[in-house]
Design a protein around this ligand. Structure first.
Ligand SMILES: *Cc1c(COP(=O)(O)O)cnc(C)c1O
Length: 227
């Protein structure tokens, strides 16, 4: 399956008026496809599985910025800490603590997004609104213990549905939560600028509702046979 360069160029054009960025989601796709898109100018790639990411990263150009977007187990943070640019799927304080610890070991600072659960599916991961606020309060209260992470914003996945109204409402909820957090914690969160919303099926809606990072896989790389 070849990379869809035309779709890539069109997405890049569509993002420009919104000043948003593309994360090309390459999970389950071969390294050659990533290299092909990288050579077209795409720098940021998103992966969901630690082992797959570690193997691909080792053989691909160091200029690639990797975002982790899947559910992350604490015991696997150490494998990606030496190189990961951003972890978009932080859904607990324990995970954030482990990321900080491994970032410190690697002498790095790792950008993080807090994943919020907005979809109707129970199977999707993420914090609810109360858990998000509680996590932020705990980090603020003990900020010296989090010197190797930077909370850069929020990530959300909408319900998988053709019902545009529902998806739009979920994105609007995320945007208002993002603005509330930014306002409330502005002193502590100077780098809180990113709202990661939108995938192949719904990125246009996401852009209209304020996304700064869209995570697109199948439009660029074709349908996945698994995962
Ligand atoms: C797989 C995945 C995407 C990309 O999905 P597509 O529908 O292929 O664009 C985006 N975000 C997350 C969190 C994913 O797991």
């Amino acid at each position: 399956m070849a990379v869809n360069i035309e779709a890539f160029q069109q997405i890049i054009r569509e993002l420009q008026p919104f000043h948003a960025h593309l994360v090309a989601v390459s999970k389950t796709k071969p390294a050659e496809d990533i290299l092909e898109l990288y050579q077209e100018g795409q720098k940021t790639f998103g992966e969901n599985y630690v082992q797959e990411l570690v193997e691909k990263q080792a053989g691909l150009p160091k200029g690639i910025e990797w975002h982790f977007i899947g559910h992350l187990q604490r015991n696997k943070v150490k494998y990606i800490a030496p190189f990961i640019s951003m972890i978009q799927s932080v859904d607990s304080l324990k995970l954030l603590k482990e990321i900080n610890k491994q970032a410190k070991n690697a002498d790095r600072i790792i950008d993080c997004l807090l994943q919020v659960h907005i979809a109707e599916e129970e199977t999707k991961f993420g914090l609810d609104e109360n858990e998000l606020i509680r996590l932020l309060e705990e980090v603020m209260a003990d900020s010296d213990s989090y010197s190797h992470i930077r909370i850069r914003g929020l990530m959300g996945m909408a319900t998988f549905t053709k019902e545009e109204k529902l998806v739009r409402e979920e994105f609007q909820f995320m945007k208002s939560l993002f603005e509330q957090v930014k306002e409330k914690y502005v002193v502590h969160l100077q780098h809180f600028t990113e709202l990661s919303l939108g995938m192949s099926a719904d990125y246009k809606l996401a852009l209209e509702e304020g996304s700064t990072l869209v995570r697109i896989g199948s439009l660029l790389f074709g349908q996945r046979t698994n995962a």
